[in-house]
Write a protein that binds this ligand. Sequence first.
Ligand code: NAP
Length: 637
Amino acid sequence: MQITTGTLAETLNIEDLRANIDSAQTPALIMLTAHVTSDTSVLKDEWRPNLRTLPSSGLSPEADAAARELCLSLLEPFLPQQHTWAETLDDSVRIAISNWLMGAVNEDALTLSKVAFTSNTGDPRAPQWTLDDIAPGSELTATVIGTGFSGLMAALRLKQAGVPFTIIEKNTGVGGTWWENTYPSCRTDVRSHIYTYSFRQLNWETHFGRQDRIHDYLHDFAADNGLLEHVAFGVEVTKAVFNEDTQTWSLETKDLNGNVATHETSIVISAVGQLNRPSIPNLPGLDSFTGPKVHSALWDHELDFTGKKVAVIGTGASALQFAPEVAKVASKVTIFQRSAPWLRKTPVLRQEVPAGERWMMDHLNQYRAFYRFSIFLPRLIGNLPAATVDPDYPPTERAVSAANDALRQELTEYLVEQAGDREDLREQIIPNYPPAAKRIICDDGTWVSTLKRENVQLVSHAVQKIDETGVWAGDEHFDADIILFGTGFKAADFLLPMKVEGLNGQDLHEKWGIDASAYLGTALPGFPNFFCMYGPNTNTVIHGNLVFFLECQANYILSAIKTLAETGSKSMNLRDDVFDAYDKLIVSESAKRTWGWSKTHSWYMNAEGRSTIMWPLPAIEYYRRTAQVDPAEYELS
Ligand code: NAP
């Protein structure tokens, strides 16, 4: 079955709905019924879902059946006109369903619910202005660097606002990380239905999208929105220099043939990603190894692992996806683990969405929107308290608070269950750092069952060195024909290797050193009209959603461009004091979170122990702060 956008029939026959109703997730169905009928009595306390099992209710089969039956009977009179159902939520219904879903009155959820419910036919956060309306004859132009999730998002908003723009992409296709990472079993570990732009939802075939499908999604998004014709493919921006006379940027570019060119633009939107410069540890003897050495993001599809001895270095999100595939055919796989990952039980990780449920999404108007809402709103609220340090607890590398300890116990139970009678394995797979100090990886049992295979060995020692024939760890030599690096990315090296020169020739990387920081992850003083998408401190651990953050960033950047247009300014430069206050806040808030407190290795922290990656506040803070540019925070010229 293909991914579909669905062709909704104007009317729906009750018998057709009844035939498929058992496939419906009751939380989505109940909220849909409340919306369509305006009868919120269907939001019964006893049918409130378990937040941990969403989109499933977590109720007994009997309770689910009773809920479905009532929904069917309440919906029946409305089915013949399902095409007329309102696509926005009435405020009182929105409040009722949000409180019901979250299990309590949650002011943040009520605010976020305004943007968490979206249908495919509307794009409420699209700019409601055009450059031509505000500043006819304006010479403002923009250039987006990168065509991943963030670059395409920014490009769409520019197009909607009628801002002339170009996109520069170093690869030969769109997709960014989803173009580059093609290792076996590569997929997202964010549920597909919320790993999409809010206004372009699909009827995904799997709960967690495979790399090829996500790539198709992004390509189709770019094609359908007329973005592809704006892209210069195979061109890399090597240097960006701000010209104070013209208040514009000169971008130096190099194409795949080595041709160098210059491109002038008023506004730069850097959307170059965080996870695209592979990190291969500089291990002693690495060059002496005689076999192939491959990083997960530079996969060699010609490699045949059949009957080979393979060394896998790293046990992060990528290795946990490719190593099980390699182990199916290799004669021996030795996995070198420096620190064990926390795993979250996710049985549907590799499963298809059942056909009946996909039928519901295609045929029952707005079922998909409520399905998405049921997972999206709780995700935006997240569980930051479980990642917050309680100085009185007292925090240790075991747990940093009672809530963090509760999370630890929940995750530990799963690992213990996975290890079964393998006590040796149990000791190896339970991490020695607090949960949420680094990414918690979704797992459906594949990882530990791979570790239990006869041809797999887990070595819990850091790699010491490499020689011609294999890997040394724990003073032992392990033979290998191939070494696979699941060692992640140079995430803290924001914007490198691009050189960026702002006011007075100031070099961005000299200014930053290794401490990349930008106001709201987007702007910084001395670099007028230079904005980042997915910039420093805009990632989330257990308290948000990446695509939501990208939509917020695009919103903020477009608001900045609107400010330029409205004031007739050529450039805007963030005030130093605004940046300094923000930067202090990020540092102090990060120190309160598990990832900022723990001493464990992670790409969330840079070499000096500063958190440059993660947003340390609740997601709603990001939403609020990016809602609109405050012109007073900038010097306009
Ligand atoms: P990663 O999470 O940074 O994991 C790198 C692994 O390599 C860790 O186990 C790390 O050990 C180990 N390592 C690094 N340097 C080492 C060294 N010198 N010696 C021994 N081991 C070393 O990288 P990743 O797995 O590629 O994932 C990066 C991020 O990409 C993920 O966190 C996620 O955000 C994203 N991603 C997502 C998905 C998905 O959605 N499913 C899939 C892949 C990647 P330590 O833990 O001890 O540092």
